[in-house]
Design a protein around this ligand. Structure first.
Ligand code: PEP
Ligand code: MN
Length: 357
């Protein structure tokens, strides 16, 4: 159920409605919008009586939400969610198309810094790189763990890039929440409900990747798990799904971008690296992703992909990433959006929430 407040409702009236909801042992999710505040109610097992809330001061109407997902829905919040970061003007979901780039995994200090310098210069605002790698084989490189997170924190200090990195379980989630700016939940964990709930209690925004066989509804319900715990900064990511096609690693489902945007206020970005698994297809599908209206791109870049410890064959050389940025910047412009300009000398920047704080 959704309680829609009047446009001129006071903060006190909103608070009183939340208290009333909580007095029934339910959870109130206040979602301020440009026009009015809506308060989502979760935790009810059966039907709630709309009249209980309709009578409260400042309430415009009470709507029964028939969709299985509530907080992710545009019914609760009509305006697009813009994810913001302390001490940075970078956003995800705003007019600027966010670019997240870096290696698949953090392999060493030098490897991370080599990629970070180049992607920062090309205009990326976010750096990716796994410290915990969910690998198909237990014998494959599993990531450097906390050492990898420390290297990522150094990348942030040196290049001013915001850090996006994956948490694979509860233990790594707590550490990633301390070190990173965005917690990535990978495709393999999209329906790890206990991990999703823990991410919902974390402080940092969550980048949720679509499971490799997830329907749109399953994808949105996974985001609902995170939001239902009180973390409303969720970024969705299309990274390809399994199909019969074998010319690519996965089939990148770009149609899910407008489909999500119709139903949800959450930003949706695209990962053409895992979406194709082939270096030569990453730039064409990045162009297409921006053209289809994605709010961002997440791209694997490695200074020496032939020797990468994971996903080398889909990692771009830095020069290819430079070229990609030039192209997608022009496409974004056609749509009235922007992509950050290249920077000659990336400046060090400190961000609140860094582990070193
Ligand atoms: C990754 O981003 O390196 C990754 C493992 O992605 P996914 O979860 O989409 O496979
Ligand atoms: Mn990868």
């Amino acid at each position: 159920m959704l309680v829609v407040m009047k446009a001129n409702a006071s903060e006190e009236q909103v608070r009183a409605v939340c208290q009333k909801i909580e007095s029934f042992g339910l959870r109130a999710h206040s979602m301020p919008g440009a026009q009015r505040t809506a308060i989502g109610i979760t935790g009810n097992r059966g039907e709630l009586e709309t009249g209980t809330f309709e009578a409260l001061e400042g309430v415009q109407e009470v709507i029964k939400v028939s969709k299985p997902y509530k907080l992710v829905s545009r019914d609760v919040k009509a305006e697009d969610t813009i994810v913001r970061f302390p001490d940075s003007d970078a956003t995800i979901g705003g007019n600027e198309v966010a670019v997240i780039a870096g290696p698949c995994g953090i392999e060493s200090h030098d490897q991370a810094f080599a990629a970070a310098e180049r992607v920062a210069k090309a205009g990326a605002r976010f750096f990716r790189g796994g410290a915990y790698k969910p690998r198909t084989s237990p014998y494959a490189f599993q990531g450097l763990g906390e050492l990898g997170l420390q290297i990522l924190a150094e990348v942030r200090e040196r290049f001013g890039l915001l850090i996006v990195t994956e948490a694979v379980d509860h233990e790594s989630l707590a550490l990633v929440d301390d070190y990173a700016d965005v917690i990535q939940i990978g495709a393999r964990n999209m329906q790890n409900f206990s991990l999703l709930k823990a991410a919902g209690r974390a402080r940092k925004p969550v980048l949720l990747k679509r499971g490799m066989s997830a329907t749109l509804e399953e994808f949105l319900m996974a985001a609902e798990y995170i939001m239902s715990e009180g973390n409303y900064n969720v970024i969705l990511c299309e990274r390809g799904v399994r199909t019969f096609a074998d010319h690519t690693r996965n089939t990148l489902d770009l149609s899910v971008v407008p489909a999500v945007q119709r139903l949800s206020h959450l930003p949706i970005i695209v990962d053409p690296s895992h979406g194709t698994g082939k270096r030569n297809k990453v730039t064409p599908l990045s162009r297409a992703a921006v053209a289809v209206g994605a709010d961002g791109l997440i791209i694997e870049v490695h200074h020496d992909p032939d020797h990468a410890l994971s996903d080398g064959s889909q990692s771009l050389y830095p020069d290819q990433f430079d070229n990609l940025m030039v192209e997608v910047r022009q496409i974004a412009q056609v749509l009235g959006r922007t992509i950050a300009d290249p920077v000659a000398a990336p400046a060090a920047r400190r961000h609140a929430g860094a582990a070193a704080d």
